[in-house]
Write a protein that binds this ligand. Structure first.
Ligand code: FE
Length: 208
């Protein structure tokens, strides 16, 4: 980094430099692990493919779209989330043995956190994002949820009740966001594309 960089520009360069550093470091570790025969030639690629195609937020979005489109499915899902996702051919597996679904409505907004660490519904959302693990987020979300939601760009009407759910090793929570107006005739595929990872933990609203 050069001395004439200032403010945002400097910050940006700094981030880029550390990204390059970690990428190079990761590559070096991968090569070393291969050389020593600790991992196979395609192990890392297989893991990346798994999180790109098999386990990621696209699973959760599929569940939300189905729940919005099929009230009977939603009822079954809310009664037994693990059985519900199995209907869609999704596996619960590790980190999702006990899933629980909560629904946002006109009167209640649900937010999920893990105050202790970073328990997250992996089968539905893939890897937990950075913000979820951040100790400041975990401490603030239970004390001042409205202020934290504002940081995420979410403003709720004053009269809306906020419920906070603390995920743990025993139970992983998952939010069905409110379906946006004007999507009445949309297909499940179209609806799924609207649903962000954050919305499925109550930190984003779904907009059409
Ligand atoms: Fe945790």
């Amino acid at each position: 980094m050069t001395k004439e960089n200032h403010g945002d520009h400097e910050h940006h360069n700094h981030l880029r430099e550390s990204e390059t550093y970690y990428a190079a470091r990761t590559k070096a570790l991968e090569s070393l692990f291969r050389e020593k025969g600790l991992i196979g030639i395609d192990t890392v690629d297989r893991v990346i493919r798994f999180f790109e195609h098999d386990m990621g937020p696209f699973n959760g979005a599929k569940v939300v779209a189905k729940a919005w489109s099929d009230p009977a499915f939603k009822a079954r899902l809310m009664a037994d989330a693990n059985a519900g996702i199995a209907e869609l051919g999704l596996k619960d597996g590790i980190e999702g043995e006990n899933l629980r679904v909560v629904e946002n409505t006109a009167t209640v907004h649900n937010v999920v956190c893990c105050t202790l660490c970073s328990c997250w519904p992996w089968p539905l959302l893939g890897l937990p994002p950075y913000w979820f693990k951040d100790p400041v987020f975990r401490a603030r979300i239970v004390r001042e949820p409205r202020a934290v939601l504002l940081d995420f760009g979410v403003t709720l009407p004053k009269e809306k009740k906020i419920e906070i759910w603390d995920s743990s090793a025993q139970v992983r929570y998952f939010v069905i966001p409110e379906r946006p107006a004007g999507t009445e005739n949309w297909s499940e595929e179209q609806l799924a594309k609207l649903v962000s990872t954050e919305a499925m933990q109550g930190l984003d609203l779904v907009k059409a």
